[in-house]
Design a protein around this ligand. Structure first.
Ligand code: ADP
Length: 323
């Protein structure tokens, strides 16, 4: 691989709190090693259309505590086409981007893999609140998102107890129950439904609520990952069958925003620095992640083949502890 003198950085796909800390780490680490950092706005769309600028050290001052991404993000269909990908490569050459850091989810990593295959050394950093990328134990934004959801559910639980209500709380996660499972344990939820596990039969949920009432339970909190769906129907059925007033709360995009936690800022800083160090040493085509609580890197192709392991044990734990 030719020697690298400049490093581009972009954020792609869904935003996540902590992405700014990763951008800051990439920019400052690059400057530390005498490399030129280049910002690319709006993900792969910005790369294709030349929305690029040279980053200075001060440009990333005061961004660490902010949610979202100062580079903004986008989903770009054109990039998934052959001409779009070639345009991206040409644009990288034109603007002198010798190596690229992509902060995003697994969709963005498939793009990073394609760029690497066409000769642009690219390193991926996992940024998504869902924590659903199997090769890494952790993705930037997860900790902030679960803490935001935890705060919301604690508040809902206060009023659920006062009124002896059932609340079905829908949290983010189309294909992954990671947020739902962790939040269910942390808030003492009575039930947790995730896309990776078949829904239990309705009668068993009704029985659990009625049994809970007999044991003097004052509320029934159900945490549901959005990918499961059917919250409104479930609420209507529970209310009809048990007589317990049942409300649905969709936490939605609030989970994607807010000031990142210490964990997200630290993980993002470590992974951002690692990505630049790899490129500086002439290593591309890798993803940075967390394994056994430490930063590591892995071949992109290999990483994208790894399958997610569902933490069934944690769902069972949430239910066991909610008696
Ligand atoms: P995330 O990175 O959060 O999973 P997306 O799946 O929307 O988000 O992907 C972000 C962008 O990455 C897409 O808009 C597209 O430009 C690119 N991308 C997604 N999937 C692929 C793919 N299979 N091949 C090439 N590029 C992809």
């Amino acid at each position: 691989m030719d020697k690298i003198s400049s490093i581009g950085v972009l954020t792609s796909g869904g935003d996540a709190p902590g992405m700014n800390a990763a951008i800051r780490a990439v920019v400052r680490t690059a400057i530390f090693y005498g490399l030129k950092p280049i910002g690319i706005r709006k993900g792969y769309a910005g790369l294709i259309h030349g929305d690029v600028f040279e980053f200075k050290a001060r440009d990333v001052s005061d961004i660490m505590q902010r949610g979202g991404t100062v580079l903004q993000t986008a989903r770009c269909m054109e990039f998934k086409t052959k001409p779009g990908l070639e345009k991206a490569i040409d644009s990288a050459k034109y603007f002198g981007v010798d190596g690229l850091v992509v902060i995003g989810g697994d969709g963005s990593f498939r793009g990073a893999r394609d760029l690497s295959s066409l000769g642009l050394p690219t390193i991926g950093i996992p940024g998504t609140i869902d924590n659903d990328i199997p090769y890494t134990e952790y993705t930037i934004g997860f900790d902030t998102a679960i803490n935001t959801a935890k705060d919301a559910i604690d508040k809902i639980r206060d009023t659920a107890t006062s009124h002896e209500r059932c609340n079905i709380i829908e949290v983010m996660g189309h294909h992954s129950g990671q947020i739902a499972i962790n939040v269910a344990i942390a808030t003492g939820a009575e039930a947790c439904f995730v896309p990776e596990r078949p829904m239990p039969e309705m009668p068993s949920i009704i029985d659990a609520i009625l049994e809970g009432k007999k044991r003097n339970k004052k509320h029934f909190i159900i945490v549901l990952a959005e990918g499961v769906g059917g919250a409104a129907e479930m609420a209507a059925h529970i209310e009809q069958t048990t007589g317990m007033e049942t409300k649905v709360n969709t936490l939605g995009y609030m989970q994607r925003g807010g000031s990142p936690t210490v964990r997200d800022r630290c993980m993002a800083s470590e992974m951002g620095a690692k990505a630049v160090e790899l490129l500086k040493d002439g290593i591309g085509n890798r993803l940075v992640g967390i394994k056994d609580d430490r930063v590591y890197d892995i071949d992109i192709f290999e990483a994208l083949e790894i399958q997610q392991q569902v933490r069934d044990d944690l769902i069972d734990l949430a239910i066991m502890l909610s008696i």
